[in-house]
Design a protein around this ligand. Structure first.
Ligand code: NAD
Length: 482
């Protein structure tokens, strides 16, 4: 089956920070791929806006290099690349000054969708928003896309929301979390809400626990100074893991509509219980495997920032009473793997004698690598010799059948196209972000006040020993990271 590509409306997309790392690695290669897929109308334009004093030709050459580096070779086509580069323009601009703004205004066209991607440090969001409105560049139909981090605590997130709200309505603000753009994350909603099979079981009566894992093999490397002020809780849990938790725990929205979905997610965040210190394990990777260890990359040799965190979280509502959600994320771990695993309870009565062969049903939603979904079910082991049980995966991803070897859009591509379409369903609303910080802040303040030190773990391991204990003491175990 070949997937449908529905072209979006004609647009002018301005990328502030159009020469930066994120633009080069994700945004521009992603836009090229959408161009190749035929989703970008011919007269759409992409305008890079950044500090460097570049000519249009220089910028196009830079973007050509980014495509050569970050688009798989078999997707690079000379004619298509040239066609894409022809859509590019460049303006040298100073976000905090006056330079470049009139030139940008002169480039914008009336009667096309205007989108502004703020791929710059959050400290510049306010300056850019203000100048866009002062110069009459943004109109009532314009939209802005803002990147993480969205604040570093509740106070800064509120301040950032307030700055943006001075110039834009909430319906114009797209706070991006690329985890929500993943095919399987959206498939999770389809599986839950387009089938009768799962929803009746989707509650404390039938679910034993949920595990959410985002494991990375990379360390902090060149980003040490930034990361040291953040840590895994702020960098990953407050946004990505929390969003995944919301999609699993939320009630069915009345309609697949941006505010209906986000209202339900917000209720989940508000229902999160405070987490006691004994349900939190923080880790920091030591030296090994050619890495000098976390502190060697930070500017502080006594840094207590966590590069790993595991938490046991409870959603305090009727549906999830007593069901723990175990979250963990870390750097320099054994494998790069992101997954959600929902473990169901035992049947109420065992009729088979093969207790050893029995395993729980587990629904595994794999986000990376190899996006897909599997439902682990019990069947009879084939052959003679009595009724022995075995666990087999029921593959629910159908990825090959659906895509027929096509190039499936990655999360960034999909989300940018959603911005152009004006669909906010997969973007975080301001109140969601603030509620997430309101839950996160006391947890961080707790360990800061106590002066907790993270436990050292070996690079290439599955994290600190205490994280294993977090589950063992509940008679459960983490799924293997592989
Ligand atoms: P970067 O440092 O590589 O690029 C910054 C860009 O901002 C450059 O194009 C630079 O010219 C421009 N810029 C800086 N000061 C400016 C000014 N005064 N006026 C105009 N332009 C100015 O940064 P990046 O890694 O691309 O990150 C951009 C944003 O995206 C940040 O908020 C970052 O936290 C976020 N982000 C980045 C990544 C990533 O993988 N790089 C991932 C998630 C979020």
């Amino acid at each position: 089956m070949v997937s449908r590509v529905i072209p979006v409306d004609v647009f002018d997309l301005v990328i502030f920070g159009g020469t930066g790392d994120l633009a080069r690695r994700k945004i521009l290669p992603g836009l090229y791929r959408r161009y190749v897929a035929g989703q970008m109308p011919a007269d759409s334009r992409i305008i890079g806006a950044a500090r460097a004093d570049l000519s249009e030709a220089d910028y196009r050459a830079q973007v050509a290099e980014a495509i050569a580096e970050f688009v798989p070779k078999d997707r690079q086509d000379k004619t298509a690349i040239q066609g894409f580069l022809d859509r590019l323009h460049y303006v040298a601009i100073d976000a905090t000054g006056t330079n470049g703004w009139s030139a940008l205004k002169g480039l914008m066209r009336d009667s096309v969708v205007r989108a502004f991607y703020f791929s710059v440090a959050p400290s510049l969001f306010g300056d850019i928003a203000q100048r866009l409105s002062e110069h009459g560049i943004a109109d009532a139909w314009s939209r802005i896309v803002v990147e993480k981090p969205f604040g570093r605590d509740l106070a800064s997130a509120k301040a950032l929301n307030a700055v943006l709200a001075k110039h834009f309505n909430e319906t114009q603000i797209y706070r991006i979390d690329h985890y929500l753009g993943k095919e399987t994350v959206q498939n999770l909603m389809a599986v839950r809400f387009a089938n009768i099979l799962f929803e009746p079981l989707w509650k404390a009566e039938y679910i034993d626990h949920v595990q959410i894992t985002v494991a990375e093999t990379v360390g902090v490397d060149g980003r040490g100074a930034y990361y040291d002020k953040s840590g895994a809780m702020r960098d990953m849990v407050q946004n990505h893991l929390m969003q995944l938790l919301c999609l699993i725990a939320m009630e069915p929205p009345y309609h697949f509509d941006p505010d209906a979905v986000r209202d339900e997610k917000l209720k989940v965040i508000r229902a999160l219980k405070p987490v006691p210190s004994e349900d939190i394990v923080r880790g920091q990777y030591g030296a090994g495997g050619g890495d000098k260890g976390y502190v060697a990359h930070s500017e502080n040799p006594a840094s207590r920032t966590e590069s790993y965190i595991a938490l046991k979280v409870h959603v305090s509502n009727w549906r999830w009473q007593g069901v723990p959600f175990y979250l963990r994320t870390g750097k320099r771990l054994r494998a790069r793997a992101s997954e959600i695993a929902i473990t169901f309870k035992q049947p109420p009565h065992a009729i088979f004698d093969d207790a050893k062969g029995w395993h729980e049903n587990v629904l595994v939603i794999r986000l990376q690598p190899n996006e897909g979904m599997n439902l682990m079910v019990m069947i009879k082991e084939p052959g003679p010799g009595g009724m022995r049980l075995m666990q087999v995966p029921l593959d629910m991803s159908f990825a090959d059948a659906i895509t027929d070897g096509e190039d499936v859009p990655d999360a960034y591509e999909r989300l940018i196209m959603d911005v152009i379409r004006g669909n906010q369903t997969l973007f975080m609303r301001g109140d969601e972000v603030e509620a997430a910080w309101a839950w996160t802040d006391p947890i961080i303040q707790g360990w800061e006040l106590r002066g907790d030190k993270p436990q050292t773990y070996d690079p290439g391991s599955s994290g600190p020993e205490d994280a294993l204990m977090l589950m063992h003491r509940d008679g459960r175990r983490w799924r293997e990271i592989r």
